[in-house]
Design a protein around this ligand. Structure first.
Ligand SMILES: [Zn+2]
Length: 316
């Protein structure tokens, strides 16, 4: 019998489709939980971190624990310790992190300063940032409208043209601010909240990337770390949606890959106020001490959520 002989065992199209399938294999999923050890974890953190964990599990992916302990005044080792205890009690498991190690050590932001300095240098070289000498008081006085997070920066120190200062060493004693592209619309699709759109100059102004005490701002540190740790999806609270727009600008300026986004609904207390670290009554430690089990706690979180909590796996 004469069997038809293929010129190549696998046609080219099939080879390509095999390759594409491999690219989206769920095992490539890398998620992260990134607590700040500046207080006790509360119900809201539990719900968000649980979602992050569930999404990593559903994708057979890797979960990274990154301790965001950049603020030397507010970060405390006892809070880092209690955070890890709380997360373990909840049943969350992670594969990389402080004390465990992994391919992207260190996992404490306080030990990652060289990464942030390199990113700041790049932004300075490109003329994307400028030194800002305004005090907090100056900004409070100049603010025209109250904003949720920080007043819209009025551009007091912004040079009239992008100032390339390649040969200048980093001035550590000043704030560095990112020059936003005026009126640029930043769009992204959030897996939970849908399409998002922010306008630079309206929703936020030139934002800080470096503080004069030598500490990188949240936006810079997170964008740099998520890229360095090859995070493919960021799961965090909806209070950071606007931060995402800023981080997308930083990723573009630094030529970093952008992760996918899944923001979680915020939780409120019995008076409808959003939970914050001052809500010690709803801290995991207190709830745990009262005899609450992890499943009861997550049920209570769902009842206090501004929007239904979605724990479903990633849409791959
Ligand atoms: Zn200024």
């Amino acid at each position: 019998m004469n069997w038809p002989v293929a010129s190549s065992p696998v046609p080219l199209e099939s080879k390509q489709s095999i390759k594409l399938t491999l690219v989206i294999q769920p095992t490539n999923y890398r998620g992260r939980i990134a607590p700040s050890p500046t207080g006790l974890l509360h119900l809201g953190h539990a719900a968000t971190f649980w979602t992050a964990y569930q999404r990593a599990v559903a994708a057979s992916g890797t979960l990274v624990l990154r301790m965001e302990d950049l603020d030397p005044q507010r970060s405390k080792s006892e809070f880092a310790q209690s955070t890890i205890e709380d997360l373990r009690w909840l049943g969350i498991q992670w594969q990389e992190g402080p004390g465990i190690g992994g391919p992207h050590t260190p996992y404490n932001q306080s030990q990652r300063q060289p990464f942030y300095v390199a990113a700041l240098n790049k932004l300075i070289e490109q003329g994307r940032v400028y030194p800002c000498h305004c005090t907090r008081k100056d900004l409070a006085q100049l603010a025209q409208a109250p904003h949720e997070d920080e007043p819209l920066y009025p551009g007091t120190c912004r040079p009239s043209t992008a100032n390339r200062s390649i040969n200048q060493p980093i001035a550590t004693g000043v704030n560095w601010r990112f020059r936003i592209p005026d009126n640029k619309i930043i769009e992204f699709d959030d897996n939970n909240f849908g399409h998002q759109s922010f306008t630079a100059g309206e929703d936020f102004g030139d934002f800080l990337v470096w503080r004069k005490d030598g500490v990188p701002a949240y936006q810079l540190a997170v964008a740099v770390d998520d890229a360095a740790m090859q995070v493919t999806e960021v799961v965090r609270g909806a209070d950071l949606l606007k931060s995402t727009a800023r981080q997308i600008l930083l990723c573009q300026a630094l030529n970093l890959p952008q992760p996918k986004w899944h923001h979680c609904p915020l939780l409120t207390d019995e008076n409808g106020r959003r939970l914050a670290k001052r809500h010690d009554a709803l801290s995991l430690q207190k709830l745990r001490a009262s005899g609450m089990k992890p499943e009861d706690l997550l049920r209570r979180a769902a009842n206090n959520s501004e929007k239904p909590i979605v724990h479903r796996g990633p849409d791959l």
